[in-house]
Design a protein around this ligand. Sequence first.
Ligand code: GLN
Length: 491
Amino acid sequence: RCLANQHAHTLNAFITPLPRAGQWLDRVKEADQRREQGNPKSAVDGRLISIKDNICTRDLPTTCASGILDKFTSPFNATVVDQLEAAGAVIAGKTNLDEFGMGSHSVHSRFGAVKNLRRDADGRDLSAGGSSGGSAVAVAADQCYAALGTDTGGSVRLPAAYTGTVGFKPSYGLLSRWGVVAYANSLDTVGILGKKTSSVRDVFSILNKHDSRDPTNITSSSRSRILSRLQTPRLASRLTSTPLRIGVPLEYNISELTPSVRQAWLLSLAHLQEQGHTIHPVSLPATKHALSAYYVLAPAEASSNLAKYDGVRYGTRSDGPDSDGQPDGYLYANTRGNGFGAEVQRRILLGTFSLSADAMDNYFIQAQRVRRLVQQDFNAVFAAAHPFAAASDAVEIDRSTTANVDVIVCPTAPSPPPRLSDVSAGSSPLDAYVNDVFTVPASLAGLPAISVPVTVAESERNPDADEVAGIQVIGQYGDDELVMNVGELLE
Ligand code: GLN
């Protein structure tokens, strides 16, 4: 059925779809048998899982939606792909994205824009969100059971919000990044998309393991330490029937919030309150600088990561009059000029500038300071201390005066998906960056965050249809289970 859906739709969710026939069919049949006999390999045995095309697969090309990798197939699988296959999952193709993960609408792709399954009242195409738009649409259109994306500043949560699916970004360092093409290493995480939190949880439990090949991946002993530190007596009982303390960040109530998004936020808080949880206003004052800091830090790391695509050691080399018998500079410039799209080139220029000697102090260093402030903001409102905060560098927090919340609940994006024609590749980059305003803070702090769809009757765009808005739950570092549990309460 998923295969039929992949071929029926023209949503451009896949760069490399599943072949119509192939070994994968046998693997699904074998898994079906195991399931009938009552001994499936795992909860995802025989299930089709799509993979964002910046995660390496041995059997299918990995293009990153870029001209510079259009002929690239990795000789190895990313660890997360190996883990899924070992659990019996079948890779359901490679999904479309913004080139190298840079974008918020999945329009910056060598293979054309992804289209949302939903349309506006006039039947016009809407943005699927980005950069993991292909993965989100593949899930929304039942082209697979679940999908992997990557989330550097919101790329799993924003498409989830725009497509009415669930998108989860785990705590930084829990899922292996080995074989995941780097965008900004200090922020990159592998994320999971599914129709329900339960399917996201199934995939998370398979991937949430130490991988020694990724040096930033949390070791097994640190994982146990994190859990024991988070589970103080009060916190352990959070997972049962004890009321949770829900934080509502006042700074997120911006005037740009559309009525349907604000409505979904209010409904979610009322729903949690009805179930006995308590609502507490919290202040995250550094949030207003988070977006600018992110757009200095992420391009800075990207400019360094993308330096290897020079057409000599890596990437598709541009042929052309200049590369023939000309000095190497031409080959390099031609390859990068033709291979990278406009948005990626813009990020490389931005990043190279902010790392240059003259600009470093005013941009990169300042942005790192803001990042630290964003982290401190979160630590000051969560009841649980950050499990890695060393006593020496922790800011003194007077717990008697803080909100002591268990999770924060806020919108994922300020508005419903815009029209694709309004965000097409030539439109203002700043407009696209603004969509990340609520997702970037959790990325800068490395915290777990989930976006779940919440339906509201009120729709500013289409009076005849319900609107679905993404609501985000953010938790303390390592509190991934709690974040998923609260997300599930809102579904
Ligand atoms: N939209 C953000 C960016 O362009 C986030 C991307 C991501 O999370 N990969 O950088």
